[in-house]
Structures are given as C-alpha cells and as structure tokens.
Ligand binder design. Structure first.
Ligand code: ARG
Length: 262
C-alpha cells in the first residue's frame, strides 16, 4: 500500500511466518518501472516486484517490506552505503554487478528489445546506424546499446535518461529514433501507445528461445535477481528458500498472472 511519504508499505506480513514481525525491511528500487514497480492513479505503489516482496519478505520471512525510491544509476552504491537492506528493481543479474553485490536465485527472465515509432524506417538493429537511441542510465539497456554501437563501428548516438518514462517521451518527441529496454516494460508502453510505437521485429533467427521469449527482436536474454550486500548471506539464503516456496505453493504463478496475463 503506497503512502504519501513516497514509500510503499506492504501489509499482511505475518501470515506465513508464524511469528512476530521482524520489523521493517527497506527495499531500494527505481520507480516507475511498470509493471515491476509503479504507482497507480491513486498513488498506490504496485507491481510484480512489490507483490513478490510482500510474498517473500512479508508472508514467508515475517518482515514488513517498504520500498524506497532510489535512482537506478546509483542503486548499488546506495545499497552498500546502507541506505536500504536489499534491491528489488527488475535488476538483471550480471558479472559486473556481482563484483559488488550478491544476487538471489533468478526470479524473472527478460530480454532487451527495441521500440521505434510506427512510421520508422527501422526494421532491424543495423538500421539504427547513424541514428540515436534512448536508454535508462546504468541499465543493461544502456550496455546493450553500447554493444550495438560497437557493432555499428561507433555510428550510433546513445542518450541516457534517469528514468525510463523520459526515454519513451524522447521517442514520442522525435528526440531519439528508438528505445532499448526490457521487453515486458516496453510492452506496457507499446500496448498503451499502439498507434504511435512498435517493437522492431527482426527476423525469426534473431528471436530468442526460452521462457516467455517475445516474438520480436531480442538483443539479450537476462534474469532478474534480488541484490544483497556481500555480507548478508543468511538473509540471501532465506530469500532463496522463500522464492522456492512461493514457486511451489502457487503464489508466484498467481502474482505472475496478475501482471502478465494475456
Ligand atoms: N533490467 C535492467 C537492468 O537491470 C533495467 C532495470 C531498471 N529497473 C528499474 N526499476 N528502473 O539494468
């Protein structure tokens, strides 16, 4: 449940843990990143991560989870500085990050995808040569754009934005030719702006295989994890057990279908 202070406090935390609440646990996250963490028109904090946090930290582990807005670009140093206990922010597990944080087991599969205006001439990643792309700063979308830039011998301009809605606004305003970002988040935007934007489809060859692989061009396959400080092994292990439990008892599937049905 969101509140006016800008934090979302989840409730119902004691049902599965059978004991007293262990108290609040702060979760660093960059909001908005719909459907993972975003606010409704009524200013309620909701999303896949928010519900998984409630199931894992609340129901399973007996904490009172509370989200804290943090810029994605600085979220890892912010965790390590002690501003919150864990990161849940649709964060991709990768080696660079794993030097500074420890990750839970994966809890979601994602793909980097390219969104362009409906009337764009861009039909492939290569067609972006000489053009500009928008990304969120510090994300794997930015890394994917940097890799594409190398493939294009430097012939790509990358514009990074603090939050993903600004990158989409830049696309709508013709300030960039494309946005590179996680597939399900971009899909929300495409679905809400079907007349204006579309995914780059690519050829069948380029499409990913695997869990929920999207039917359009994918630049990477990634897995999201919850991030911990590197001295927080006990909590990380408890979270891994809780993640396994909610996958077994149907809670994960219930939450999944709430945000990703149809
Ligand atoms: N999955 C991407 C990454 O880890 C993007 C995450 C952005 N998350 C957010 N809540 N804004 O880099």
């Amino acid at each position: 449940e969101g509140n006016a202070s800008g934090n979302g406090s989840a409730s119902g935390n004691e049902s599965g843990s059978g004991g007293e609440s262990k108290g609040q646990i702060l979760i660093g996250s960059d909001i908005p990143y719909r459907p993972f963490e975003y606010r409704t028109n009524e200013d309620e904090l909701v999303g896949f991560d928010v519900d998984i946090a409630e199931a894992v930290f609340g129901e399973q582990l007996g904490y009172d989870p509370e989200f804290k807005q943090t810029s994605f670009d600085t979220i890892i140093p912010s965790l390590n500085n002690g501003n919150f206990r864990v990161i849940m922010s649709a964060m991709t597990i990768n080696d660079t990050r794993a030097e500074k944080v420890d990750f839970s087991d994966p809890y979601f599969t994602a793909y980097q995808t390219i969104v362009v205006l409906q009337n764009s001439e861009v039909q492939s990643a290569e067609d972006l040569a000489g053009k500009s792309v928008g990304v969120q700063k510090g994300t794997t979308g930015q890394t994917a754009a940097e890799e594409l830039k190398e493939e294009l011998d430097g012939d790509l301009t990358i514009k990074s934005y603090d939050q993903i809605p600004a990158a989409f606004s830049a696309l709508m305003n013709n300030q960039v030719s494309a946005v590179i970002n996680d597939n399900t988040v971009s899909a929300e935007f495409v679905n809400q702006n079907e007349d204006a934007v579309r995914f780059v489809e690519g050829d069948g060859e380029a499409a990913a295989e695997g869990e929920n692989a999207p039917p359009y061009l994918t630049l990477t396959v990634e897995e999201y994890g919850i991030a911990f400080r590197q001295d927080d092994d006990e909590l990380r292990e408890q979270v891994n057990e809780a993640l396994a439990t909610i996958r077994e008892n149907g809670t994960y599937d219930e939450i999944y279908s709430e945000y990703f049905s149809g």
